[in-house]
Design a protein around this ligand. Structure first.
Ligand SMILES: *[C@@H]1O[C@H](CO)[C@@H](O)[C@H](O)[C@H]1NC(C)=O
Ligand SMILES: *[C@@H]1O[C@H](CO)[C@@H](O)[C@H](O)[C@H]1NC(C)=O
Ligand SMILES: *[C@@H]1O[C@H](CO)[C@@H](O)[C@H](O)[C@H]1NC(C)=O
Ligand SMILES: *[C@@H]1O[C@H](CO)[C@@H](O)[C@H](O)[C@H]1NC(C)=O
Ligand SMILES: *[C@@H]1O[C@H](CO)[C@@H](O)[C@H](O)[C@H]1NC(C)=O
Ligand SMILES: *[C@@H]1O[C@H](CO)[C@@H](O)[C@H](O)[C@H]1NC(C)=O
Ligand SMILES: *[C@@H]1O[C@H](CO)[C@@H](O)[C@H](O)[C@H]1NC(C)=O
Ligand SMILES: *[C@@H]1O[C@H](CO)[C@@H](O)[C@H](O)[C@H]1NC(C)=O
Ligand SMILES: *[C@@H]1O[C@H](CO)[C@@H](O)[C@H](O)[C@H]1NC(C)=O
Ligand SMILES: *[C@@H]1O[C@H](CO)[C@@H](O)[C@H](O)[C@H]1NC(C)=O
Ligand SMILES: *[C@@H]1O[C@H](CO)[C@@H](O)[C@H](O)[C@H]1NC(C)=O
Length: 672
């Protein structure tokens, strides 16, 4: 099936491409238009947090430095190992998407105009309007919603490795959400300022049934399963439409329903009057079903909620137990609350193994309780820092190593999943960022370092649902060189090796020597490396030699040749010596790895048409605006080029969703 769908799409695209539709593509250097609104350009947005170029100094090599050679003596069979985690699915890392930014990521609303970014129309497939990441097939279309191809590709990458992708839609913006039958221009979602009491000034999200069709279409392409948030601001009126439509339209793609987003902050955000404690929450929670809670952020401990009888009272209606947490916050610069955390001084706190261990420790009692109750325990929302993360940290290679280590540590601590939060343009920590709607003609997407963490974690755990992980604490439990072993189907399958140190001299590169008890090492192993020059870098991250590209260049597909390193082992000595650069991460495969299918969505389809025009990303990145004359008309069927079809592709100032790019999408949680 996974192969059939793209083929089906390709055939549809070919059908669309031969039916005489018109293609626009951009050629040559775009010059700044001299007149009119077209010169209203990009600069303000390119400096938004998601594109912030701050580069911090990597911490110095620790003194004393970690040992550069050590041995990991491993058991061949899981049965010989104490302390392995529960089985972990490859879908462990999912994404938590703030409800108000869902359509910016997933869809465009063009109000009858051509959309600029790579998209697929929903609904009637004759309406497919995009074939390449820069070409627009112009067709008249009434439907105004489109799925974004880069998103499909980014999700597809995870699905290929993990079998599926889990996404949570919610956050602060879920609480005031409400349903309407229609919105202007056929939008699936809109927003209005509602919650003036919350310091994050969360807008109310207004949605139509199209939101669920959008989600269902994404699921049908990329096997996304969804967690949705129920508005919990008003217990006398739960506004259940979100549950009703999710169940009806998403069916089995709906995993569960989150009730209450950080209820421990409800009185702070004035969603409830004091007194409001864990008991009040537990009573209110009971009014619903297929439930996920309590999603507390640290103001109440999970135990505060367990002690109310939450788990026993709702055993039958609970889908999973959840918490939300960020290690720290960056709220002071935006809201003048909390204390100022200097990013340069914070950076080392993300660059050692203690961080992930300390973040998991408060939940170990709860993950054990969840196992007894036979419920998954989920980190429902997390990232590097609440209130949007830190410039220079959240989007750095260091954050990629940190989030991966934190994820593996959560798995080792018996969490069953963790959702990396995705906000709008004004956060530093996004795994991926869509350009604001009104700039989608100019730019492609931007990848955040932690997307690589999710991608790699999907390979760490794989598709079998049998992977169990252990923190090896080798190298004398050195905090800069943590290592994990992964057992799959009961046998040692993979080893994960981190090096947090940045040392361009190579003196802190290390070699981990693997030896196996109860078996022997294979004659060779394969290794995939996650690499960059420094923990500070943002743009030059590679996984097995491939990269997504830099700011505004991402179409969701890995670029460059795959580079999987084969390392010969010494079978007579029963050792494999694995080098790990400083900084870097290595995933060692002891068994033959199933090759990963590359299934991408129709950005690839343009090679099947006569129009293969592409535009160098540098041209797009340096363009400041565009006018109709910057667009050249093309056509998918020879001879049907007609100037009558030419039209202005100027920035669409009227696109109301462009504003969404400015939405702040953090939550006030973490250490707050
Ligand atoms: C895009 O929209 C933002 C927010 O509404 C606005 O500030 C910016 O000027 C717009 N840019 C263009 C090129 O229209
Ligand atoms: C990055 O963000 C910080 C904090 O908002 C800001 O002070 C700085 O000017 C930004 N730098 C760039 C290069 O965008
Ligand atoms: C995709 O969305 C359209 C509405 O835009 C809907 O008719 C169709 O059923 C959806 N497809 C799936 C697979 O849900
Ligand atoms: C809850 O949110 C809805 C929709 O935004 C709003 O109409 C309602 O007044 C809110 N209720 C309370 C009690 O705040
Ligand atoms: C919480 O429960 C207490 C005790 O039953 C009650 O007095 C209080 O009004 C409740 N708070 C809210 C906001 O419902
Ligand atoms: C674990 O949580 C339970 C339920 O709240 C509590 O009774 C118990 O004391 C906790 N145990 C530890 C070691 O914290
Ligand atoms: C920030 O908060 C502090 C302490 O509450 C206050 O003294 C200061 O005036 C505030 N600064 C601004 C710019 O509002
Ligand atoms: C390691 O990280 C922890 C937790 O973030 C931090 O408290 C500690 O200071 C860091 N250690 C060093 C040596 O930087
Ligand atoms: C995770 O669960 C397993 C199985 O119950 C248990 O043996 C192990 O100690 C747990 N790990 C942690 C870190 O609590
Ligand atoms: C793994 O678990 C998921 C979710 O329960 C399920 O859909 C999938 O089929 C399982 N995969 C395998 C190989 O059993
Ligand atoms: C990117 O990384 C590779 C491998 O680490 C290195 O050879 C190359 O010089 C880097 N490029 C830039 C522009 O930093």
């Amino acid at each position: 099936m996974p192969l059939l769908r793209p083929l089906f799409l390709l055939s549809l695209l070919r059908a669309a491409a031969t039916s005489g539709v018109t293609i626009y593509d951009q050629i040559g250097q775009v010059t700044l238009a001299a007149t009119g609104t077209q010169s209203a350009a990009a600069p303000a947005v390119t400096t938004a947090a998601a594109y912030n170029t701050t580069v911090l100094n990597p911490p110095p090599v620790p003194n004393p430095p970690p040992a550069t050679a050590f041995t990991l003596e491993l058991q061949a069979q899981a049965s010989a190992v104490d302390g392995l985690s529960i089985p972990i699915p490859g879908t462990f890392f999912g994404f938590s998407v703030e409800m108000s930014v869902i359509t910016q990521l997933c869809a465009f609303f063009c109000g009858g105009r051509d959309c600029g970014a790579p998209i697929l129309t929903l609904g009637s497939w004759e309406k497919l309007v995009r074939v390449s990441s820069r070409a627009v097939i112009r067709r008249s279309h009434k439907s105004s919603s489109f799925v974004q191809v880069p998103l499909l590709n980014l999700l597809s990458n995870i699905r290929e490795r993990a079998g599926a992708v889990n996404i949570r839609i919610g956050g602060n913006t879920q609480e005031f959400a409400y349903y309407v039958d229609t919105l202007p221009d056929g939008h699936a979602i809109s927003k209005e300022k509602a919650d003036t009491n919350n310091p994050t000034q969360t807008p109310a999200v207004i949605y139509t049934v199209d939101l669920f069709y959008l989600m269902a279409n994404i699921s049908s392409f990329t096997n996304v399963h969804w967690y949705i948030g129920v508005p919990f601001n008003d217990t006398s009126d739960f506004r259940f439409q979100i549950v009703e439509y999710s169940e009806a339209i998403l069916g089995d793609y709906l995993l569960g329903v989150q009730v209450g987003n950080e209820p421990d902050l409800y009185t702070t955000h004035q969603h409830r009057t004091k007194p409001y404690d864990a008991s009040n929450y537990t009573i209110e929670f009971g009014e619903l079903n297929l439930l996920i809670g309590p999603s507390v952020s640290g103001t109440w401990s999970p135990e505060d909620v367990w002690d109310t009888g939450f788990i026993t009272d709702y055993a039958d209606s609970l889908y999973a137990l959840s918490v939300e947490h960020y290690p720290t916050d960056n709220c002071q610069p935006i809201y003048n609350i909390s204390i100022y955390h200097d990013p340069q001084l914070e950076f080392p706190n993300f660059l050692n193994h203690t961080s992930g261990v300390a973040l998991c420790e408060p939940y170990l009692n709860s993950t054990a309780i969840a196992q007894q109750a036979e419920k998954p325990f989920l980190m429902f929302e997390t990232n590097s820092a609440s209130c949007g993360g830190f410039p220079g940290i959240s989007d750095s290679f260091g954050a990629a190593l940190w989030a991966l280590d934190y994820g593996l540590q959560m798995a080792y601590s018996n969490f069953s999943g963790a959702m990396l939060h995705v906000g709008g343009q004004d956060v530093f920590y996004n795994p991926f960022t869509a350009p604001p709607t009104n700039q989608s003609m100019l730019f492609e997407w931007t990848i955040g370092a932690v997307y690589y963490s999710a991608l790699v974690a999907a390979e760490v755990f794989g598709k079998t649902n049998t992977s169990r992980i252990i923190d090896l604490l080798g190298n004398d439990a050195d905090i800069y060189t943590p290592q994990y072993a992964i057992y799959e189907n009961g046998a040692l399958a993979r080893i994960a090796l981190f090096n947090y140190v940045t040392d361009p001299t190579g003196a802190t590169d290390y070699t981990a020597t693997i030896t196996v008890n109860g078996g022997t090492v294979p004659s060779s192993v394969t290794v995939k490396y996650l690499l960059s020059d420094s923990v500070s870098t943002k743009n030059n991250i590679t996984w097995a030699g491939q990269t997504f590209g830099t700011v505004h260049e991402v179409d969701g597909r890995l670029k460059n040749d795959l580079n999987v390193v084969t390392i010969n082992c010494d079978t007579s000595a029963n050792t494999c010596a694995i080098p790990v650069p400083a900084p870097g991460f290595a995933l060692v495969f002891l068994t033959q790895e199933e090759s990963i299918e590359t299934v991408t969505y129709p950005t690839t389809a343009h090679t099947n048409t006569k129009n293969t025009v592409t535009v160098a990303s540098a041209v797009l990145a340096t363009s400041n605006g565009m006018s109709g004359s910057d667009w050249e008309l093309g056509s998918t069927s020879s001879g049907s080029k007609t100037s009558a079809a030419r039209r202005t592709m100027a920035p669409q100032l009227g696109w109301s969703l462009g504003l969404m790019g400015l939405l702040l999408a953090w939550t006030l949680s973490g250490t707050m």
